[in-house]
Design a protein around this ligand. Structure first.
Ligand SMILES: [Zn+2]
Length: 252
């Protein structure tokens, strides 16, 4: 298996999106370790192409022109990686937020993946996906998947609800190594590994997101799994280890 990190771009977010337990924003108590760009949190936006030698499964698609203009560069990233879009037959979403699904349609209105034959959406978010008018042509093609479902010989889904009701990690196993493509488990890596209790304003259920984050970070740290995140600093792949109080991310 070969996994390629694809950079869709980045998005700048206000610090108040970070939430302490009790849905409390940070003020003067924002830890110095949080890196800011012009006073904002800069989140990478990544997607991942999983190539089993036969075909490519794309996990998330970036946001195309549906959100901030600092995103939507997935087509260029694919071209730089010399991945022909015609080889992408399967697209699977970690969840159905804007910055993950809109790459199905190019900024010029064309299909992002003309040979798409399988479009996999977490079952609890099928209605959310079908509410996106910009993606209307895909509404009937969306196929729901379940927790623990095998999408192929080397890809399995793990339910990690919280950030969204159907939020999912994809476990990729190959050659004795395991990678968790974990979507939005972490939004601000400079803080949320060290303090996994810190949540994100856009988490549908902050408490549940905290629990999922702790569980999946523990799974990675205790088993030596690599992780790949949609909002870890590009390219967003690394290892996780435990510290006294939380976790540490070691980028590769
Ligand atoms: Zn996201």
């Amino acid at each position: 298996m070969k996994v390629t990190s694809l950079r869709d771009g980045y998005v700048d977010m206000p610090v108040r999106r970070l939430r302490q337990p009790g849905d409390k924003p940070f003020g003067d108590d924002l830890p110095a370790q949080v890196s800011l760009v012009d006073g904002a949190l800069r989140l990478s936006v990544n997607a991942f192409a999983v190539d089993d030698g036969r075909e490519i499964t794309l996990i998330d698609t970036g946001s195309s022109n549906a959100w901030h203009p600092t995103m939507g560069f997935l087509p260029q990233a694919l071209s730089e990686a010399e991945i022909a879009v015609d080889r992408i037959r399967t697209v699977a979403f970690t969840h159905t937020h804007l910055d993950h699904i809109h790459g199905l349609v190019l900024a010029d209105g064309g299909d992002g993946f003309p040979q798409l034959s399988r479009l996999l959406v977490p079952r609890p978010e099928l209605d959310m996906f079908r509410a996106e008018a910009r993606l209307k042509r895909f509404h009937d093609r969306a196929e729901p998947f379940e927790p623990g479902q095998r999408l192929g010989p080397n890809i399995e889904t793990i339910a990690t609800a919280g950030h969204e009701v159907g939020h999912t990690c994809f476990r990729i196993v190959s050659g004795g190594e395991t990678l968790l493509i974990w979507g939005d488990t972490v939004h601000v890596p400079s803080l949320q590994f060290d303090r996994p209790e810190v949540a994100w304003e856009f988490d549908a259920d902050q408490e549940q997101a905290r629990a999922s984050r702790l569980r999946i970070m523990g799974l990675a740290a205790d088993n030596g799994y690599f992780v790949a995140g949609a909002h870890l600093d590009s390219p967003g792949v690394g290892g996780v280890s435990r510290t006294e109080t939380g976790f540490r991310f070691e980028p590769v």
